[in-house]
Every structure is written in C-alpha cells, then in structure tokens.
Design a protein around this ligand. Sequence first.
Ligand code: ADP
Length: 621
Amino acid sequence: MAKSATKKSEQSAKPQAFQAEVGKLLHMMVHSVYSDRDVFLRELISNASDALDKLRYEAIANPGLLENDAKLEITLMPDKAAKTLTISDGGVGMSADELSDNLGIIAKSGTQAFVEKIKDAPSLIGQFGVGFYAAFMVASKVEVFSRKAGSNDGHVWTSDGEGTFTVAPAADLSRGTKIVLHLRDDASDYLEDWKLEEVVRSYSDHIAHPIMLQGEGDARQINSASAIWMRSKSEVTAEQHKEFFGILSHSAEAPALTIHYRAEGRQEYNVLLYVPGERPFDLYDPERKGKQKLYVKRVFIADDAALLPPYLRFVRGVIDSADMPLNLSREMLQNNPDVAVIRKAVTNRVLSEFKKCAETEPETFKKIWTVFGPVIKEGLYEDYERRDQLFEVARFSTTTRENITLKDYIADLKENQTAIYYLTAEDPNKAKSSPQLEGYKSRDVEVLLLTDPVDSFWVRTALGFDGKPFKSVAQGTADLDLIEAKDQPDASKADEPAAANLVSAFKEVLGARVSDVRISKRLTDSAVCLVNDGQMDRTLEKLLSRQADSGVAVSAPVLEINAGHDLIKALAKLAQNKGASSVDDAAHLLLDQAFMLEGEVVAEPNDFAKRLAKVMITAFG
Ligand code: ADP
C-alpha cells in the first residue's frame, strides 16, 4: 500500500458500514418503484461538474494540479457487452478517506428528517435529490475509481448498496473520478446512445462543461455547455429555466419566480436567481445558509458567499461577476467590498421583484408568501435598513380579510383609530376566536392575526407603519374608548361597586396565579380573558420559555373580567351577600377557562375536575 495511505485506507479492503440513514436510503433506492429514474444521471453529472469546477478553482492558485491536462470534461461511456455505464470526469477526485467519508454518509444536515420524509413519499426522491446514492436506482453494483488531483495514489470504492462498502487501492488511474455502474437488467435503456442523449438534453444541457458521449461512433459532445446565466433574458425559454433550476435544486418542479438580469455600472455581473414553488426540506436548518453560487467570469468560486441575507436563503441561483479577480480567496469573500456592493444591489433587486410579482401576478406571489413568508419576515427584525421594503411585500391575515398588505390595513382604519392592532397566537385556527378580540370586533376594528413564531419577535421592535404604531390587543385598551362600538359590553347594567368587590375577592383567592384582576373593556361575549402587562407578549413568553437558554419563564397573567356578563353579575352579587369564600371555586374555574381559551393546558387538571364537579352538583344535585 502507498505510504500516504491513512488509517482508514489501511483497513481498506475490509467492508465498512454505511451511516444508518444511508443504509435506509439505499434500501429505498434499490427497491424503489420510483418511476423517474433518469434523475440518477443528472445527480452524477452534477457531481462531476462540481468536481471540475473545484479543480478549476484550485488550479488558479496551484496550476500544477492540472497535470498538463487542462481539458475539463465529463464522459459517458456505455458498454453493452459488460452492461455497464461509466461516467468519468477529470475533476478534483477524492482520496481514500474522502471516498469513505463522502460516499458513506449523507453530508446534508437534517438527514434523519429527510430520510423519514422520503420513506413516506418515495415520489419526492426526485424533489429532494439524493445525490450520488441515486446511482443505486439503476445499478446493482457501483464502483467509484478516483485519484485526487495532485496525488499519485488511486482508490476504488465498491458497493452493492446493501449495507457496506469497501475502499481499496487502484493503480493507473487518470486524474479525477470514474464511476462504473453495473446496470440492473431493467435499466439496460441507459446503454443506448439515444437514451443518454435524451436524458442529458432534458436535465443537464446547461452544465457548463462539455459532456461527451463515447458510444457507438466517435466521442461527441451532447450538451450545449453554455452557461445559461450569461445569455440574454429573451434567449432563455421557461423550459430551459426549469431544467437549470432542477439542477440547482434537485427539483422536478418549475421555479415560482425567475429573476434574470445583467447589472452594469460600477460592478458588472450576471444574475440568475430562482424562487422555488415548494418548501425545501432544509428551509429551517439552523445554519440558515444561502444557496447562491458565486462565479467570476464563469469560473465557480463558492456557494457560500452569503450573496443574499439569511432571510432570503431559499432563493437559488448564480451570480457571475465580470470584474472580480479570479484569485479571490473564499476566506476573503465575507469582507470583500466588491461582494458587498453586489450583495446590497441584488438583495434590493430581489425585494423589488417580489413587489412587482405581488402586483402583477398576485396568485404567484401568494404561493411564494405562503411558503416563504415566515422566513422573509425574519428580515423585519434583522434587516432594519430594508424594513419598509419588506413591509411593502408582507402579507397578513386579519380578523376580516386574508392576504392583505399593511397599506390595505391602513386604508381601512376606523375613525379615531390610532394604531395597527394585532393579536399574536400560536395556533392560526384558534386565533380568530380569541376573547381578546371581542372589543375590537364589536367596533369593527380589523386586527392582524400574527401566528408565525417569527411575528412575536419582529412586531416588538417594529416602530410602526405609515406613522401608526403596532399595538397588541393584549395590552392596555384606553384608546378603544375613542372608537364607537356597535354593541358595547353591557357595563351600564353592571353594579360597579359589586364588580369592584368581586375583583378584590378574585385577587385574594387567586393569589400568585395572576398578577392582577381587572374589569375589562375588551370583552363583549366572554366572561373572562387573559392579558399581559409586562414587556413581553404572552405568545413570545411561551416561545422563549421553550428555549433552554433564554432564561424566560411565562409570567402570571392579568385576568380580565367582563362586568356586564350575566355570570360575573351573579358572582358579584354572591360575593357581596355571602363573602369572598363562596366564589373561590368560580374564580379558579374561570381562570382555568381563560387559560384554555388561550390554547393552554390547565395547570392542575385534578383541582379543575374537582371544582367543576362541585359546581355541577350544586347546579344539578
Ligand atoms: P452532494 O453532491 O449533494 O454533496 P453527493 O452524495 O452527491 O452529495 O456527494 C457527496 C460528496 O461526494 C460530494 O459533496 C463530493 O464531495 C463527493 N463527490 C461525489 N461525486 C464526486 C466526483 N465525481 N468527484 C469528486 N467528488 C465527488
């Protein structure tokens, strides 16, 4: 064995086990009934193309890596006699360790979740893209011969996809990677020139490197190999965009929105970006990494240059600069002023394209907002500079309307309404029936229903819109008095001293369970509701209290009672005649009920059941 061999390759010929998730995935591949098997070729060609890109990039600093063979192409070689299809590239290649690391695990985060998802819906395989492992959809055995650029030692990775693989030394390899697929009998189509040509044309035409077919005749190029993003907008068809988007995102769907333009001026660059129509499985990956590739003069530089802010991480595509130096190191990208200029301009452009789309194709934008709205809204507290731009595209549900803008909301303000009212809640279905909304409904005041977790965060820091502050319906209600109500809570009929007496009785009985008890102005139908006095909204407190390191606990709420409600009137009377203790059970039951209306569980279900039984016995016994 070669002296550079490392620990792992010393045990080379011994079978190594796949990571558990890969095992599961492979099992699904081997036994897949998945019909769209053509995607395996797209995945392997896309890996080969990445390997060529990486080599070209590394060779800028280290031209020796090209070994006097600067031809960067991909070759497909079907062999009918041997029933194999070979895909080779002259790219960076892999060492023995890289072979077993890269082709033994799934490097993507969220692997487990992803495998589970595919298990339930195998037809999603194409959409998720399983990369290299897709080879096992058509092959009963796969051999990967590879020699890393700059190294003399070659290796071969072999597996039949049934739990283990081996890595062993291999002699006389040319630079790069050669994948030999031993095709299953039902996959012999992929030995035919016409079939390979058809698949390449429909999935990989725009791979920027030549794809050569070494079939029955002489080797010939079967893709156009022109970078799609360098062409002018009018030259590219929707079908070609779908194809390129498919390569970038492993998706079989067309993008929801395509942004394609050439910027000229201080910086010249081509931009081709896509907004997917469906939720990528890693949308909420904690790393929040962008998916935009940076090229310089058609040479791939990096796919982690953070060309768009994290709240636009789902936008896929390519930005190709005409002026930046090719030897731009990846480490320097973060602070590079040219990159910063591009970053700023492209971000603004994406937001203005959103706005345009919302105006000219509202249905398309609605779809985009439904999937990505909760992510875009992260920008409302992260990207202070663009908050107004984001407010222009943000869509909201309210107590009376769906999919409206803040401008729409403002246009419909009631007379004397001084704020934009909102309710935060965790459950969109329950939000609409929150008792806190009653006083607003009775005044025909529209309330924004903010039910994405991110809403609780941005709304606290937002200064307002169009001169109107945001105001939670769970905060003070003094300003509600200024707006005329249709059906005012029947406080007139309430006996005020009796109600005040009940409030103090409740306070005494409930003790630390509440921070205060008050007569409500916001209730018309319900007897009670919870509000929060503190800095934080209750929904936010709940969200934060679930994060181990937040140090936030859910505080005791304020209980508001509806003095005009028959039950409260009756209790007020009772408390006056018989003293506080007679309303003990009612106080606790009403508080528990208020918690339930908030979608929370009752803290002490036993006490609740006992009290309820007692009250029912009095009523029915
Ligand atoms: P992905 O391409 O999404 O990372 P894959 O499972 O397709 O996932 O490939 C895993 C890794 O294996 C790649 O990231 C790359 O490092 C390596 N790899 C795959 N094919 C090649 C190839 N032809 N040449 C060099 N490296 C490759």
